[in-house]
Design a protein around this ligand. Structure first.
Ligand SMILES: Cc1ncc(COP(=O)(O)O)c(C=O)c1O
Length: 367
């Protein structure tokens, strides 16, 4: 499977989009110093309809409720996929997207596996450009904050019976956010539940993957952990990822992350971290990591750092992990020197405070 595309970052054709703009923004009522993640919504959303043959009726409308039939197919049979991205503001005020064509490509991999129509990458990116431009004053500028973007697609046929829907809705909306996690995490290495199986949908961002992880995550939280660190579904012997992030280990001066399989999501932050680490001369290994190997590094004092990566969280250190009822703390051994240097560089590139040698930053054109 090819995970990251190399297409030039430009939209190819102008979309026909109708605008129904809010007469009065709600931005004045938002306290940007105390935003709760995912609770505050920007003024507008982008919508497009798939009519069984093509994408039509592209529009920007006020963010608001949808009217749906109780028989809406996605609610019963789960054809529902999404993406998560962030927009930042450059010092000169230009809104910036980060690697949006990679999100578009991943969205289409999810669509293909879930038997849903793909969306042209140029439509996906231009939809976001137009939405971000309209709501650009919602991009927060405080350090660590950004405008989170949620593009998603779901089946809208109303019928009873398990078959792919013929009609779908693509919607994107945004919310200003601050850091997803405010402190290093305690993760539980899972040994009972499985997130994904070979041949299944683990590599997609389908809604069901997240619903299925809620009970194991709640149980881990009741035991005092922040997140589940998933393992392979058969023997629970190899590390995979957490519910919403990929995972890295620094041991013996190497940066090691589980190799991608069809049970894991190909994180765009993961790929960015690997590229930045290699550019800094850090030795990177993408390979299976055994839980026993992790515990052996810990016992030998050579487990230097562990961290997770994802769009919402960016990069957050792990302060310890639990396995088979025992807790392994990283405090003392964890130096965070590799993770913090990579995070600083990533943050600087995303906000255009540093040069972007990889061509990741996509300025949003004025519309
Ligand atoms: C299951 C899972 N793994 C990893 C990630 C990290 O991916 P990205 O870095 O593209 O946000 C996410 C978030 O999208 C996720 O939901």
């Amino acid at each position: 499977m090819q995970y990251f595309n190399s297409k030039p970052y430009s939209t190819q054709m102008a979309l026909e989009v109708t605008y129904e703009l809010k007469t009065e923004s709600t931005i004045g009522s938002v306290d940007f110093d105390h935003i709760q993640f995912g609770r505050v919504f920007a003024d507008h959303m982008f919508m497009a309809t798939y009519d069984g043959a093509q994408w039509i009726e592209c529009k920007i409308a006020p963010y608001g409720p949808l009217t749906l039939s109780p028989a809406t197919s996605a609610l019963h049979y789960g054809q529902s996929i999404f993406e998560g991205m962030k927009a930042f503001k450059a010092a000169d005020g230009t809104p910036l997207l980060f690697r949006p064509f990679d999100n578009a490509a991943r969205f289409n991999r999810s669509a293909q596996r879930m038997c849903m129509p793909e969306i042209p990458e140029s439509l996906f990116v231009e939809a976001l450009e137009r939405l971000i431009w309209v709501d650009r004053q919602w991009i927060p500028t405080k350090e660590g904050s950004s405008l989170y973007i949620r593009p998603f697609m779901f089946a809208t046929d109303d019928f009873l019976g398990v078959r792919p829907s013929s009609r779908y809705l693509f919607i994107a909306w945004c919310c200003p956010v601050v850091a997803y996690y405010s402190q290093p995490l305690k993760v539980k290495i899972e040994e009972k539940y499985a997130r994904a199986a070979p041949g299944g949908v683990g590599f997609t961002k389908c809604a069901g993957n997240y619903g299925a992880a809620m009970l194991p995550t709640r149980e881990a939280q009741e035991e005092g952990f922040d997140q589940v660190l998933w393992t392979d579904p058969v023997d629970h012997e190899f590390l995979e990822e957490t519910g919403t992030t990929n995972c890295f280990v620094v041991a013996e001066d190497r940066l090691i992350t589980p190799a991608l399989t069809d049970t894991m999501l190909a994180g765009i932050t993961r790929d960015s971290v690997i590229s930045l680490a290699r550019a800094q001369g850090i030795k990177v290994e993408e390979r299976p990591i055994r839980v026993s190997e992790l515990k052996a590094w810990h016992a030998a004092g050579s487990l230097q750092e562990m961290f997770i990566t994802g769009t919402a969280a960016t990069l957050v250190n792990i302060q310890g992990f639990g396995h088979q009822g025992k807790y392994y703390a990283l405090e003392g051994t964890g130096s965070h020197s590799i993770s913090s240097s990579i995070l600083d560089r990533l943050d600087a590139i995303r906000t255009r405070q540093a040069a972007d040698p990889f061509g990741w930053v996509h300025p949003v054109p004025a519309r």
